[in-house]
Design a protein around this ligand. Structure first.
Ligand code: GDD
Ligand code: MN
Length: 365
C-alpha cells in the first residue's frame, strides 16, 4: 500500500526565513486535501531559515527540511531534495513567492492525464509575464533563453524557469547525468534526459519578491555558461578543469603586470620581480577560482587563508613539475615551444588535481 505523499514540492532556500510561513500557508490553501509534502533544501542560511522550517515541520508532517552544510547551489539543492523523497510527482518552486503556487494543482492534473512528462510554469508563454524586471535583466534572460536552444527544444518558451513539476521517472532517467551547476535546473533536466521530454507550459505572471533579496548575481551568468559547456563537452573534458585553465591563463597577465612593475617601476632584480609576480599570480588565481570554479564550495574566513596556503604549496610543486617535464622534453631536442607547452600541460593538470582535493576537497571543513 502506498502511504507516502503523491506530490513532493522542493523549495531551495538561502536566507528566506521571512517567506517560509507565508509559502506554507499558500500551499495549504492551493493544494487543499491533495496528498503532498514540501521539502525545503537550505544551504545553512545565516538567517536561520532551516530552524524556521523545522519549527513548522514539528507541527505539520507535510513539511520537511534538508539542511546542507558547506555547500551552495540552487540546482544541486533541488536535485538532492528530490532524491530525498519518494513521491510520484516532483515540483520545484522558489521560496520568495515569485512563482504562482496556484498553478500547482493544474500542473498535477496535467501530469496525471499521462501524456506529459513535465509541466513548466512559463513567463514567456501567451498570458505569462516577466513582471517588474529592469531592462538589463530582461535582456539577459532573453539572451540566456536563446543560448539554451542548443540543449532545449525551441518550443519551450521558458527554458530558464525555476518553476515546474515532473514525473519521478524523469528524475530517475536523468539523475546520473545532471550537471547540477548553478541556477538553471530545468535546462539541465531537458539536456540530461535520454529522450525528448513531453512537456506542457502554463503561463503565469512572475511576481515581485516578497521578502529578502535575490541571490542572482553576475556569477550566475558564468555558472550558466559552465552548465552549457558541461552539457556540450563535459563528456570529454571536466568543465571545472576548463574553468581552472581559463583562470590560469588570466593569471599569466597578472604575472607580467607585476613583473613589469617590479622591474621597471621599482628597479629591483629579476629574481625579486619573478618571485613577487609568482606569488601575486597564484594569489589571484586562488581568489578567482574560489569565486568561480569552486563557487559551490567557496572558502571564507580562516578557511580562505588555509586554502590559500595549500594552493600556493600545491602550485609551487606544480611549477617544479612543469620545469622538470619541459626541460626533459627540451633535452630530447624537441625545441623550446613544445617543451614549454608540455610543461604547462603537466603543471596545469597537477595543479588542478591536487588543489581540487587539497584546497577545495570535501573533507576540509
Ligand atoms: N539551497 C539554495 N542554495 N537555495 C538557493 C541558493 C543556493 O545557493 N541560491 C538561491 N536559492 C533559492 C532562493 O532562496 C530562492 O528560494 C530560489 O532559490 C530562487 O532564488 P532567487 O535569488 O529568488 O532567484 P531569482 O528570483 O532571481 O530567479 C528565480 O526565478 C527565475 C524564474 O523562474 C530562479 O528560480 C531562476 O532560476 C529562474 O529563472
Ligand atoms: Mn526570486
Amino acid at each position: 500500500m502506498r502511504c507516502g505523499p503523491e506530490l513532493s514540492i522542493i523549495v531551495p532556500t538561502f536566507n528566506e526565513r521571512e517567506n517560509i510561513a507565508e509559502l506554507i500557508g499558500r500551499l495549504v490553501v492551493s493544494l487543499g486535501d491533495r496528498s503532498w509534502e514540501v521539502v525545503f533544501v537550505d544551504d545553512d542560511s545565516p538567517d536561520g531559515t532551516a530552524d524556521v522550517v523545522r519549527e513548522h515541520a514539528a507541527v505539520d508532517s507535510r513539511v520537511r527540511c534538508v539542511q546542507r552544510i558547506g555547500r551552495r547551489g540552487l540546482s544541486s539543492a533541488c536535485i538532492e531534495g528530490m532524491l530525498a523523497t519518494t513521491a510520484r510527482y516532483l515540483a520545484v518552486i522558489d521560496a520568495d513567492l515569485q512563482h504562482d503556487e496556484r498553478l500547482l494543482p493544474q500542473m498535477l492534473d496535467a501530469l496525471k492525464e499521462g501524456e506529459t512528462d513535465i509541466v513548466i510554469g512559463s513567463r514567456y508563454a501567451p498570458g505569462g509575464d516577466i513582471g517588474d524586471w529592469n531592462a538589463r535583466r530582461a535582456r539577459m534572460s532573453r539572451l540566456a533563453v536563446r543560448l539554451s536552444r542548443v540543449l532545449v527544444p525551441a518550443e519551450v518558451t521558458d527554458p530558464m524557469s525555476g518553476f515546474f513539476m515532473m514525473r519521478r521517472s524523469v528524475l530517475e532517467g536523468s539523475a546520473h547525468r545532471l550537471s547540477a551547476i548553478g541556477f538553471k535546473i530545468l535546462t539541465d533536466v531537458f539536456a540530461s534526459f535520454p529522450r525528448p521530454l513531453r512537456f506542457k507550459e502554463l503561463p503565469y505572471r512572475f511576481r515581485v519578491r516578497r521578502a529578502g533579496e535575490s541571490k542572482l548575481d553576475s556569477v550566475t551568468a558564468w555558472d550558466y555558461l559552465m552548465l552549457l559547456l558541461d552539457k556540450l563537452i563535459g563528456r570529454w573534458i571536466p568543465v571545472r578543469f576548463l574553468a581552472f585553465s581559463i583562470v590560469g591563463a588570466t593569471g599569466v597577465a597578472v604575472h607580467f603586470a607585476v613583473l613589469t612593475l617590479v622591474l621597471q617601476g621599482l628597479h629591483r632584480s629579476f629574481v625579486a620581480g619573478q618571485a613577487a609576480a609568482l606569488l601575486c599570480a597564484m594569489t589571484f588565481n586562488y581568489a578567482v577560482n574560489n569565486v568561480l570554479t569552486y563557487r559551490d564550495r567557496r572558502l571564507t574566513g580562516i578557511r580562505w587563508v588555509r586554502g590559500w596556503a595549500s594552493f600556493v604549496l600545491a602550485c609551487s610543486i606544480g611549477g617544479i613539475a612543469n620545469l622538470g617535464v619541459s626541460s626533459t622534453i627540451y633535452d630530447f631536442g624537441r625545441g623550446w615551444f613544445p617543451a614549454a607547452i608540455g610543461g604547462i600541460l603537466v603543471g596545469a593538470v597537477w595543479n588542478y588535481a591536487v588543489t581540487m582535493m587539497l584546497t577545495w576537497g570535501r573533507g576540509r571543513r
